[in-house]
Design a protein around this ligand. Structure first.
Ligand SMILES: *Cc1c(COP(=O)(O)O)cnc(C)c1O
Length: 407
């Protein structure tokens, strides 16, 4: 294996855009494998399992590829569960982790045979009455740890809607014991963009301190939130350090208690973010009294992270890489202020140039919409040096699909 993380070259990105048009999502299979290997190596010292949190990117080909790498799957809706089964995951390789969903979805998930993660007391109670000891469950706990890139993606703090509060442990045990529920795992997920290894270790200690309460416990699921660097010099979660510390803590726990537990993780962004690129074309270059705008053939309908999360995405000019950098305000073609970047130095842009947004694999296409009645981009997977179309570009006809003509 090379020591450098694989990346797609400007030439490869341009070739894909020439073949399939723009805007275009391009993913790099070997980069996903690289990230996956990093994780398995980092956690080789403990009995770790990885469940790809597929809400980051659900294209069936991506799911199949990640399954072949050896990962399992974390799903937040019954539709994601069905996609996972279609991609070839065994039911017991799938963990269903919904929030505020109808009880009927849990029934469906049980019918499909997947693992269930319960995140509220009312559902726990109902599930217990329905299934008792006959169907094991995982409990999503809220550890009351504030962490994550911003409040929208922080899920483990005291006021978050997610999980059952660890302060309600007495009520949890009352239900699990009364209904004879088999708790096979306990889970926490404190949010996304967590750079601090300490947050995971703090969560682990809390989970380990609770583990004795659940006889038959097989795993502790620490969720995810591993941060990836979006710009040069950005901090990222030191998964190698976390792996060492965590393995030590797990060995110590096993020694002290005799309890052998697996550790599960649910990486989403970590696996697919830096494998993804959004290639767009410059429609317009416009100087105003305040800004030098470049308007591209995309917008927050295709990549909403900069507007929704104030996320930074690297932007480069593929067509004039060596041009003189100028400070561009990069905007989309949507009738809404959809600013990708303000005063960003980019090699001089001419109309028709191809620009690329990096790190667009996670929550990019997946959060896209048809706002302004603009179709969604195509998706391409580069694998073994070949760009393969994995979702065709939407067309005008797609916008009409499903509509009923009543007038
Ligand atoms: C979104 C989500 C993840 C993945 O988070 P990332 O920051 O993308 O790694 C993991 N587990 C659960 C339950 C989630 O909702």
């Amino acid at each position: 294996m090379s020591l450098q993380a694989p990346i797609l070259s400007p030439h490869e990105l341009t070739a894909a855009a020439d073949t399939f048009g723009t805007p275009l999502y391009v993913y790099h299979a070997e980069r996903i494998a690289w990230q996956y290997n990093r994780l398995t190596q980092a956690f080789a010292g403990c009995d770790a399992r990885f469940f790809y949190a597929c809400k980051a990117l659900t294209n069936l080909n991506i799911l199949k590829y990640i399954r072949r790498l050896g990962a399992n799957l974390d799903c937040v809706s019954i539709q994601e569960v069905r996609l996972g089964l279609l991609a070839g995951f065994e039911p017991r390789q799938i963990l269903f982790t919904p929030n505020s969903t109808h009880f009927g979805e849990y029934l469906e998930a049980v019918g499909l045979g997947v693992r269930i993660n319960i995140d509220s007391l009312p559902i726990l109670e109902r599930f217990g009455k329905e299934y008792g000891a006959s169907y094991p469950v995982c409990l999503r706990l809220n550890p009351h740890i504030m962490a994550g890139g911003n409040l929208k993606i922080s899920t483990g703090h005291a006021q978050s809607k997610f999980g059952i509060s660890v302060l309600q442990m007495d009520a949890i045990l009352e239900v699990t014991q009364r209904e004879n529920l088999q708790v096979e795992g306990i889970h926490m997920h404190t949010g996304s963009d967590i750079k601090d290894v300490h947050v995971f270790l703090e969560g682990l200690q809390l989970m380990l301190s609770l583990s004795a309460r659940f006889p038959g416990l097989a795993y502790i699921d620490l969720g995810s939130g591993f941060k990836v660097p979006y710009r040069a010099g950005d901090p990222e979660t030191d998964v190698e350090l976390l792996g060492q510390r965590l393995s030590a803590a797990m060995s110590e726990h096993a020694r002290a208690t005799g309890q052998q537990l697996q550790v599960w993780f649910e990486p989403g962004k970590f696996l697919v973010s830096d494998s993804g690129y959004l290639v767009v074309q410059a429609n317009l270059v416009k100087q105003t009294p305040t800004d030098l705008f470049v308007g591209v053939n995309s917008g927050f309908n295709h990549l909403i992270r900069p507007m929704f999360y104030d996320a930074y995405h690297d932007i480069e000019n593929l067509s004039n890489a060596d041009g003189e950098p100028r400070p561009y305000t990069v905007v989309g073609n949507i009738c809404e202020t959809d600013t990708f970047a303000r005063d960003r130095p980019i090699a001089e842009v001419s109309v028709g140039d191809l620009l690329v947004f990096r790190n667009a694999g996670a929550y990019g296409f997946e959060m896209s919409s048809r706002f302004n009645a603009r179709p969604r981009p195509a998706e391409v997977l580069y694998i073994d040096g070949q760009p393969l179309l994995i979702r065709r570009r939407e067309t005008f006809e797609d916008l009409l699909q499903g509509q009923e003509a009543v007038l």
